[in-house]
Write a protein that binds this ligand. Structure first.
Ligand code: ACM
Ligand code: ZN
Length: 751
């Protein structure tokens, strides 16, 4: 009796290991012993929806613990029961009480699925020997946003219907509810359309793919492709419904249309012929807005609508070059006839025509934020990907918005240092960055905020050639986005999230789901004490930085042939250092071994001033920290200028003997990054009279990083001035022809 009183009077706030974090959790005293004798009571046994969820839960138990729970009708005086009380209306909400004698869940359908997802994580977390000792608690849970999505591009690489189902399982596991299926693009058309069989006979297959990174410009010659029959689609849609996930199909228009044009060239502005594209990127050949094109797209959409019961159809709308439209007599005539200002308004006319058609069929359109250009169709929702600005503009016009800015929601970006991660498109979007995303921008007022439906993570698959790679890139970032869209903003707590994620990675292992463990990776910073000018190497890790490490965790330094040692404090740099470090928990390594090269030189940590500041896009780097910019991928070590020269003056703080200077530059002409056309180097004792170094440099390169090494007669000096001249305008025939190139520099080594 006393126990019961205590358990109802005292409750403590605590974090259970559940992702996404529930809205409210109250811990009670005691625990419930969950084991193979636990029985499930469906109080309202006519609720078919709840029965289905119980079967899914039992399937999971069977798969991973080797037993199922018995389903019984209520009998008095029984213990070790899970009661499931249905509620009137189905929603994502659930209530859940673990008491020592029973677990009571109040939910229906989707809500019950969500309750079981929480329960599964708790069972895993507390399982010892033959039972889980579940802590007594009360959870009341519901979602912050109605659109909790994940996107998957099946065009750049194709994933089978069974793999797509596994992806839907992940979405559902994280209490998310939207699967944005990117079904058509330049590199493949992936959905059978009965009226237009060539779309999949021809448009689903390409004659090769890019290998390595885009910038390598290498291809294989293997026929590649695949598509889903309408039967497959029906199966996947039904499967998703059983997991409470709505599928939003994306049929791209007017751009990213090459696979369709390869099948039906008459829909383009010119005669073609067109091929399903092997290369990644944005292509000039797009749908021409002529009557046959609209007839084709409307017929396609009729079949699409008949397959996907959701309210929204995604029509793409992004990255549509206007090159062909500018030269096409039909397009130009249409612009005049409709009184349009330009090709941007023609794009808007295109989208508006499709929107009218979909509205007539009681569907809503959603498109990438380019559909704002030239005017939004009246009912269109906007998916904001080029930052949040498009979403803000749309919400201000009272249009619905899904936030998915590249900076936080593109899971094709690197999640750790490119040196230790599989090849990715670029970018840097680690777990904590995703977690910090808030889909509701400050710039919106109360009313405008109500137009933000939610957010989603996007997974473009140019570099994801297998489903394991898809999972690796998605996870655990999906855990972070699930918390962004599910958990209340005021509950945000990075430390708590990281601690739960560590446990969650074990849960992913247990469920045999591939994922990244890059949160264990070590990062490096070099900092100089501004009073002593002593320079130190700091080893960091997101768990340590946020107090999310366990007491037995440590960072182990592995210094080449030197004995390993535990990293305890910043290391003073007095010589070059080539080694690495790794995270250890209870003596076992986690994450990857992360290498570090420090090139000691006289300029280390000294003062540098620039005549012209670097571009705000690439201004985090440090040219005097002993760490050379990474190549061929760009990381934050580099400083860059666009179309401008770099002039830097370094003050060594005292006269020293100088005999060598090495400057590192990056070359990546596909990305508009050019080597300098000239470098000038000067030394000075007084920052007034500068003596030029006239010996030519010795130029060496590794992986697109070029070193310009000057050696000269030992000269006394305190100041070094380096002028690195940006290359002239990008020549014809090159990517970005006629534009000013980028100049990337790191590091300046002075000896
Ligand atoms: C996009 O990433 N092109 C929407
Ligand atoms: Zn045209």
């Amino acid at each position: 009796m006393l126990f019961l009183i205590l358990s109802s009077c005292f409750s403590v706030k605590a974090q259970l290991n559940i992702i996404p974090a529930p809205v409210s959790t109250d811990m009670m005293f005691g625990n419930f012993k969950f084991n193979s004798n636990t029985k499930i009571v469906l109080v309202d046994d006519v609720d078919e929806k709840n029965k289905a969820e119980v079967l899914f839960f039992n399937e999971w138990l069977q798969n991973y613990y080797g037993y199922k729970l018995e389903l019984i009708n209520y009998t008095k005086n029984q213990k070790n029961l899970i009661y499931i009380n249905s509620v009137k209306n189905e929603s994502e909400k659930y209530e859940f009480q673990i008491k020592p004698e029973q677990i009571v869940i109040k939910a229906k359908g989707e809500g019950l699925k969500n309750a079981f997802e929480s329960l599964k994580q708790l069972i895993f977390d507390t399982y010892q020997q033959h039972e889980a000792i579940l802590p007594a608690c009360y959870i009341s849970d519901s979602a912050r946003f109605e659109w909790r999505g994940m996107h998957l591009d099946v065009c750049r690489h194709f994933f089978s219907k069974d793999e797509v189902k596994k992806y839907i399982d992940l979405i559902s596991m994280y209490k998310m509810n939207v699967f944005h299926w990117h079904l058509t693009d330049d590199q493949g058309w992936r959905i059978e359309i009965k009226k237009y069989p060539m779309l999949t006979q021809k448009g689903a297959w390409r004659k090769g793919s890019m290998i390595g990174h885009y910038t390598d410009h290498k291809f294989d010659t293997l026929r590649y492709g695949g598509f889903y029959t309408q039967q497959d689609i029906k199966e996947v849609v039904a499967y998703a419904a059983s997991k409470h996930v709505t599928i939003i199909p994306e049929i791209e228009m007017p751009g990213h249309a090459l696979a369709a044009l390869a099948a039906y060239p008459e829909l383009a502005c010119n005669d073609g012929p067109f091929e399903v594209e092997k290369k990644w990127g944005v292509f000039d050949d797009v749908f021409c807005p002529k009557p046959e094109t609209f007839e084709f797209l409307e017929n396609v959409l009729l079949e699409v609508m008949s397959l996907f019961p959701g309210q929204f159809i995604h029509i793409g709308g992004d990255e549509c070059p206007k090159t062909r439209w500018k030269k096409c007599s039909h397009c130009q005539k249409l612009i005049k006839e409709k009184g349009l200002k330009d090709e941007h308004e023609l794009q808007s006319y295109f989208i508006q025509t499709i929107e009218k058609f979909l509205t007539k069929h009681q569907k809503k359109i959603i498109g990438w934020d380019e559909i704002l250009e030239g005017g939004l169709p009246p009912q269109a929702a906007v998916m904001s990907w080029r930052g949040t600005e498009g979403g803000i503009a749309a919400a201000k016009q009272h249009h619905e918005v899904v936030m998915t800015p590249g900076s936080h929601c593109y899971f094709d970006h690197y999640q750790g240092h490119p040196a230790v991660e599989p090849l990715a498109i670029g970018g840097f979007t680690p777990l904590e960055k995703v977690y910090h995303f808030n889909p509701v921008p400050e710039a919106l007022n109360e009313n405008e905020r109500s137009f933000i439906l939610g957010a989603q993570g996007n997974l473009w698959t140019e570099y994801l050639t297998s489903f394991d790679a898809v999972c690796y890139n998605a996870l655990p970032r999906m855990a972070a986005i699930s918390e962004v869209v599910w958990s209340p903003e005021q509950n945000k707590d990075l430390t708590g999230f990281l601690k739960r994620t560590k446990k969650h990675l074990k849960y992913l292992n247990f469920n045999k789901i591939p994922h990244s463990e890059s949160l264990y990776n070590i990062t490096y910073k070099v900092k100089t004490d501004s009073s002593t000018y002593k320079t130190y190497l700091y080893l960091n890790n997101v768990l340590f930085e946020n107090n999310a490490n366990d007491s037995t965790d440590l960072i182990m330094l592995l210094a080449g042939s030197r004995a390993t040692q535990t990293y305890k404090e910043p290391i003073m740099i007095t010589s070059s250092f080539h080694g690495g470090a790794q995270y250890f928990t209870a003596g076992k390594p986690f994450g990857k071994y992360c290498g570090i090269d420090i090139y000691y030189h006289k300029g280390l940590g000294k003062k540098i001033t620039f005549t012209e500041p670097p571009s705000t896009y690439y201004n985090k780097g440090n040219l005097l920290d002993g760490m050379r910019g990474y190549a061929p991928r760009i990381n934050e070590e580099w400083l860059a200028w666009t179309g401008k020269d770099m002039e830097a003056t370094i003050d060594l703080k005292r006269i020293d003997t100088l005999s060598a200077v090495t400057i590192g530059c990056l070359k990546n002409e596909t990305d508009w990054i050019y080597l300098p056309h000239k470098i000038e180097l000067y030394t000075s004792a007084d920052n007034n009279t500068f003596t030029p170094i006239t010996t030519p440099p010795n130029i060496t390169s590794t992986k697109d990083r070029y070193s310009y090494s000057y050696t000269f007669k030992p000269t006394p000096g305190r100041y070094v001035k380096v002028k690195v001249y940006c290359a002239p305008l990008i020549p014809a025939e090159k990517n970005g022809a006629g534009n000013r190139p980028w100049l990337f520099v790191d590091e300046i080594e002075i000896n």
